[in-house]
Design a protein around this ligand. Structure first.
Ligand code: 1HN
Length: 348
């Protein structure tokens, strides 16, 4: 081998690659380092969407297309490092959905799971497998995989929420299914609050089985209750140096995350909080609920106001600061990573 000159070897290799390419073969040694980088490598970039900038576009869309025609009138929050791919992180989709007074968004079901985090307005409802729940700002609402769902706004004001879906994850497995309901609005089969009464009071009807498989049977976690828990937690214990007081939404039937693919969290930062940096392998989407502060994500600094959305890529260091008492909602693909033994966090 030592007798073959380097340029000749280079040429011979290229020639070999060209011939094997026709047979759908490629040399691993040319891509090995990209395939298994030393640390997470992602096209996902830190990004901030100011609600005050996004809202006018959403309202203009409200004049140009109805929720019925659009099926879902949503502005996709596209990660600037992955434009055109309809995703906010490598694994998750997010968007801002508007439903105007008097509108309905027709019923369908799909194997992708969805969450809604209510950003503005009250009085719209979402229906999940025959039960309606009314939306209020700060509520965390789940549409479990393969459940019929439609939305309506019988109220008097526009309602906007952030959608989060596991579209990419389901796509990775090639397990996508979708079906329209035969009517635009599904019939109401249970009284409002039925799921909360059955599963949300630390009680369980004898013999009850999980109505939504691996997803929490509670599909609306009202903000009033989350906020109360945060306030009480803050009275009695010191904040975590990175996360403040942070809680995860639970599935009461399993004690695990509320959704099988997506974890959701709510956290409170005290006035004047200056957090320590922390990174984790789950790229995370945040929605600002109350307060004001900043998020330092890698080299970027985002000034935060209520209703803003920002994204922290996998393994990007995050430091949170709060000028006033601040509440953040967030979601990520952590349950998938935990199930596979992949999730890591590093403080400092
Ligand atoms: C969907 O079904 C909803 O039901 C929202 O509100 C956003 C984005 C992609 C695919 C399906 C909804 C969606 C979606």
């Amino acid at each position: 081998m030592a007798s073959i000159p380097q340029p000749a070897i280079g040429k011979a290799r290229q020639e070999l690659y060209r011939r094997m390419d026709k047979d759908n073969l490629a040399p691993l040694w040319e891509v090995l380092h990209n395939l298994i980088p030393n640390e997470p490598s992602t096209p996902c970039r830190p990004a901030l969407w100011k609600y005050r900038d996004a809202r006018p576009y959403l309202m203009e869309a409200g004049k140009l297309i109805s929720a019925r025609e659009a099926i879902r009138r949503v502005l996709i929050l596209e990660n600037p490092g992955m434009r055109g791919e309809s995703c906010i992180t490598q694994s998750l989709y997010a968007g801002l959905q508007l439903i105007l007074p008097g509108e309905i968004a027709p019923s369908h079901r799909h194997s992708q799971s969805a969450l809604r985090f209510i950003v503005e307005g009250a009085g719209a409802y979402t229906a999940v497998d025959g039960e309606r729940t009314v939306m209020h700002p700060g509520d965390f609402i789940i549409t479990p995989s393969w459940t019929w769902h439609d939305h309506g706004n019988p109220g008097a004001e526009p309602v906007v929420w952030m959608d989060g879906l596991d579209i990419r994850i389901v796509q990775t497995f090639g397990a996508q299914f979708h079906e329209p309901f035969p009517e635009e609005v599904q019939p109401v089969a249970r009284s409002e609050g039925a799921s909360a009464a059955r599963f949300g009071n630390n009680l369980l009807p004898l013999g009850a089985t999980a109505p939504f498989g691996r997803t929490s049977p509670i599909f609306n976690y009202p903000y009033a209750r989350s906020r109360e828990s945060l306030a009480k937690l803050a009275q009695d214990q010191d904040p975590d140096p990175c996360h403040g007081w942070k809680m995860q939404f639970l599935n009461p039937l399993t004690g695990g995350h509320a959704m099988p693919t997506i974890a959701a969290f709510i956290q409170l930062l005290p006035k004047g909080f200056s957090g320590e940096p922390c990174r984790s392998t789950d790229g995370t989407i945040f929605s600002v609920v109350e307060g004001a502060g900043s998020a330092l994500v890698g080299a970027e600094r985002f000034e935060l106001e209520p209703r803003d959305t920002f994204v922290v890529p996998s393994w990007a260091p995050l430091r949170l600061e709060a000028r006033g008492e601040t509440v953040l909602f967030s979601f990520s693909d952590r349950p998938c990573q935990e199930a596979l033994g992949l999730w890591r966090e590093k403080r400092g």
